[in-house]
Design a binder for this molecule. Structure first.
Ligand SMILES: [Zn+2]
Length: 274
């Protein structure tokens, strides 16, 4: 056996191959977990669909996504603050905005799959609204992936929820996170100046787009409705069309962060997608 192995090694060296084990450099994404990062209740859905379903209440999900890649872990969005778990009546920021509750913390859900904050290489946020950046500083060592336009916008006095000391990579447009095309940040401005979405390739599930708040629920996607408080309506519509084009090109599914109906049908951690 030993001689046979040596002979094989000699042949491999002879034809220019390495005899060392082949590493999974091209395996890309290994798993995707969905975490429950808050439950929202809004009194009036038309906050997001001007003139439509006025006065109709809406329950919304708030998901975070953990992507395990051969070259490190990426957390996409961080939800509302874990502190809300201690507020029995929930938390609401401004008048008309949803009341948020938390039944599980992000920290506990990470621990539930065997990860600590220090295990997260990248934290990427779709944008800087509080239901997406609530726990960014749970990860002070993780590199924050954010559009420069969003960082500059949120850094205006009194608005920043990102510590000035936080390591950050300020992006200007699309970004291939691990360099193998399996996790791509896609610039989708409009909801906020530097909003971004995430295009992910899962080996078994296929391609998916994580929406961020480029769209809030399926009915708005189907009818291309733009919430009144988006910073730029035309940019929002252009971003939605760009996402639709990508979905066609990659045969990708759209996973809408705040669409509770869709979210309820998906597997949540500790279950996962491959
Ligand atoms: Zn938002």
């Amino acid at each position: 056996m030993r001689w046979a192995a040596l002979a094989v090694a000699a042949v491999m060296v002879g034809i220019g191959l390495s005899a060392s084990p082949v590493h999974s450099q091209s395996s890309g994404v290994e798993r995707l977990y969905i975490f429950d990062c808050g439950q929202g209740h809004a009194a009036d859905q038309s906050r997001w669909s001007p003139g439509v379903n006025v006065g109709k209440p809406l329950d919304i999900s708030d998901n975070c996504y953990l992507i395990r890649h051969a070259r490190g872990n990426l957390l996409w969005d961080t939800g509302v603050s874990d502190d809300i778990i201690n507020m029995p009546n929930g938390f609401s920021g401004s008048p008309g905005s949803p009341v948020w509750r938390r039944t599980k913390t992000l920290a506990a859900q990470l621990a539930g799959i065997g990860l600590a904050p220090a295990d997260i290489r990248y934290v990427a946020i779709s944008h800087t609204h509080p239901d997406h950046v609530g726990n960014v500083e749970l990860f002070p060592q993780s590199t924050l992936l954010i559009q420069k336009a969003e960082y500059d916008w949120t850094s205006s006095p009194g608005k920043s929820r990102i510590a000035a000391s936080h390591p950050v990579e300020k992006l200007e447009g699309d970004h291939d996170v691990f360099g193998d095309g399996s996790v791509m940040i896609i610039s989708t401005p409009g909801h906020t100046p530097g909003h971004q979405s995430l295009l992910v390739h899962l080996p078994k599930t296929g391609w998916i787009i994580l929406s961020g708040d480029a769209v809030h629920f399926k009915d708005n996607w189907d009818n291309r409705r733009v919430p009144a408080n988006n910073v730029d309506k035309e940019q929002t519509l252009t971003s939605m069309q760009h996402m639709a084009d990508l979905m066609k090109k990659y045969n990708a599914e759209l996973w809408i962060n705040h669409d509770k109906i869709q979210s309820d049908q998906q597997r949540h951690a500790p279950e996962y997608y491959e």
